[in-house]
Design a protein around this ligand. Sequence first.
Ligand SMILES: [Fe+2]
Length: 392
Amino acid sequence: MKDLSLPLTPDFDTWPVTAQIKAATILPGGHIELTWSDGRIATYHRLLLAENATDADTLHPLSRETLKSPLDFPEGLKATKAEIAPSGALEISWSDGTPRGAFHPGWLYAHGWTGTAPATPKPILWRAADLPEPATVSGRDALQDDRVFHKFLTSLRDHGVARLEGLPQQDGLLVEIAERIGTIRETNFGRTYTLAIQDDPTSNAYTPVALPQHMDLCTRECPPGLQFLYCRANDTSGGDGLYCDGYRIAEDIRAEEPDTWEAMTTIPWTYNNRAKTTSYKASGPMVDLDEKGQIAALRYETWLRAPLVADLATQDRAYTAYRRFAERAQSDAYLMRVRYKPGDLFAFDNRRVLHGRSAYDAAGGARFIEGVYADRDDLYSAIRVIERRLTV
Ligand SMILES: [Fe+2]
């Protein structure tokens, strides 16, 4: 009887088989080219295949991690023969005679080179008119239904901000939700923090003054990627949440103000916190770019900038660029203004979407907002893990 079972994959993801291998060809150098039933032609490097083989000598069947170092493969190792198994898996013979495990067709389909890099989610940039309110779902539904929670998480990933509403008033619920996504990022403000007035504040956040749109913790080598604010009470006047998409602002500056853009991406500012018991400092330009020139993160926090010690011309460019960015960050054209209601949970990308608040009247009622930080890769991991469940 034919063995139609498919091999393991070197991960715990789900790889539906949406096409079959029609032909397998050995390329010069011992690499492999596969022709798929939907017409796709994809190439696979010999070492990508060797180190992702699924035999027990290469892949630990429980951890799904490779057991091989690069030096475990003979230099010049090549595929010498490729065959399609009855199950649809790919079986390869190797130049060193070592049998290695077969390859799952769904996994192969997703990991071949077809001439273009795989698509990854791109941020959806917004101004005030595009997104006057964050995407919002019922908090109670999100806690019970993977699909609703997934919508909340993907909105957060794509827009940089999303809201759960109607959550119960429950001590510890914010931590529970954050830990459903990933690991809480503890900072010099503690594991969690409460936005309320302090007698001896370690931040303007713990006073009733207005806070212009900003990021948190630019003082840290890697500022937290996510922030969650859970409103427990708010019957003061004022204290509205002010949000704007810093990536949209930066892209508009890139398109319209090349001198500002150049200063924003090249002149590092240093940020230091002003607390009595800690002294954090970190530096970086206002906009970090990735290897493709796309915006990777911002570093922008008005009241924590340290003196920029530089020549006058550099200072002039840096201050001008900061002002230009601030003009947009505090303008109505980019503004999302929201009223925090008890039971609201706002989640936002701290390194992209700037947040602030209007001043509030501390004598006019209660204002009690809990916060925690996490990181972006907690979010991306949570989305992928939920998608595993939703695609099974
Ligand atoms: Fe803040």
